[in-house]
Design a protein around this ligand. Structure first.
Ligand code: COS
Length: 379
């Protein structure tokens, strides 16, 4: 396999790196503390084509591949993991519309998404986390509409001021279990759809995560993506891509933590020499770097597999599992090497440590990824 990036991929990576340096780095700490991303950042992401990175050009998007998306997410995550998460979830949610949406849905939602309207994906419920099949939210057909009732929780990209539409997974036929679920687009502001509790989180604090409440919420059946009963599969397929996005976020955090650690080790003098001269710490750095390069290789392979439309469930789970655990490992070691300074908010390491901790949890815990990998291996 050739891991050489194409000219376009390299150009997009550089564009994302410059954007993150110029627009995110100066604000990352402020956004973390304030718990929100200024809308102007989303507007700028739309202006340079990243909000529509996976949207076909005919709908106003950039029409770029999964490798480009992974590169952009990891470059953004180097400076602000919250912004990277917003883009990862947004592109995952619209992926379902790109693959299976009707022409009307594509015209309406894909062009809006490319222009900066934020998409969310709602699968998780209070009683359905790792066991996504236990979701209870109901969508009952009534004429040419669905009447939706239920509560979704921990939904990224939805907050008091954030989020424009959501791809919702709801039961249209409870007797059929996962084969009775459907994917339905619900616009913010639809009567009966309200934003409930917005979560106060340990990390990725600037990215909104909220509860969504549906009470007799009426949505046209024309908003259903694909056929009735396809919702669970649509969710699982979207998650295959989403997991590569989150792995890329984890990679960006690990890259940034290593860069900060290298700088710190060269500057910080103890026992009459820079930390960089201490073999024990060099060995930490060697482990951090080796594992991170392995994560990068898995991510590139997963992204390339998706781009070639080959079965990607196993490699996507592998890259998510490995990159997520690696980000936590690297951020933890980076903080240890920074010592007391690393624990203080003057240095970005404590934020990276908090930001990294969610990645082995969301979009499928590491334990779920291992179940998926083992199941695929045993097939
Ligand atoms: N791509 C396409 N189809 C898939 C799939 C995938 N990656 N994974 C599962 N499916 C299909 C199966 O083929 C099966 O289809 P049939 O009914 O036609 O046989 C159906 O979906 C049900 O799959 P399965 O029996 O494997 O479902 P389980 O209840 O065992 O759940 C796990 C599977 C645990 C993998 C799933 O619930 C999961 O990913 N949980 C984590 C949820 C998560 O990541 N949440 C994060 C928040 S969502 S943004």
């Amino acid at each position: 396999m050739n891991f050489q990036l194409t000219e376009t991929q390299e150009m997009i990576q550089n564009l994302a790196r410059d954007f993150a340096e110029k627009e995110l780095a100066p604000l990352a700490s402020v956004m973390d503390k304030s718990g929100s991303i200024p809308h102007v950042i989303i507007e700028k992401l739309a202006e340079i084509g990243f909000m529509g990175i996976n949207v076909p050009e005919e709908y106003g998007g950039s029409g770029l591949d999964m490798v480009c998306k992974a590169l952009v997410i990891s470059e953004l995550a180097k400076k602000c993991a919250s912004t990277a998460e917003v883009l990862s979830v947004h592109t995952m949610a619209i992926d379902a519309i790109i693959r299976l949406g009707t022409e009307e849905q594509k015209q309406k939602y894909l062009s809006a998404a490319a222009q900066g309207k934020i998409a969310a994906f709602a699968l998780t419920e209070p009683g359905a986390g790792s066991d996504a099949s236990a979701a209870k939210t109901r969508a009952v057909a009534d004429g040419d509409e669905y009447v939706i009732n239920g509560t979704k929780c921990f939904i990224s990209n939805m907050g008091p001021d954030e989020g424009d539409f959501v791809v919702l997974i709801a039961l249209t036929d409870p007797s059929k279990g996962t084969r009775g679920m459907s994917a339905i687009i619900v616009d913010r502001g639809t009567p009966g759809f309200t934003i409930g509790k917005t979560e106060d989180k340990m990390g990725i604090r600037a990215a909104a995560v909220s509860e969504l409440v549906f009470e007799d919420c009426r949505v046209p059946q024309a908003n259903r993506i694909g056929e009735e009963g396809q919702g669970f599969k649509i969710a699982m397929q979207a998650l295959d891509g989403g997991r590569v996005g989150m792995a890329s976020q984890a990679l960006g955090i690990a890259d940034a933590a290593i860069e900060a650690t290298v700088n710190y080790m060269k500057e910080r003098v103890q026992f009459g020499q820079p930390l960089a001269k201490l073999q024990g710490l060099q060995w930490y750095l060697a482990d951090m770097t080796t594992r991170t390069e392995a994560a990068r290789a898995l991510i590139y392979e997963a992204a390339d597999t998706l781009d070639r439309h080959l079965p990607a469930t196993k490699i996507a789970a592998m890259c998510k599992y490995f990159a997520a655990e690696n980000a936590v490992y690297v951020a933890n070691k980076a903080l240890q090497i920074h010592g007391g300074y690393g624990y203080m908010t003057d240095y970005p390491i404590e934020r990276m440590y908090r930001d990294a901790r969610i990645v082995p949890i969301y979009e499928g815990t590491s334990e779920i990824q291992k179940n998926i990998i083992a199941r695929e291996v045993l097939k």
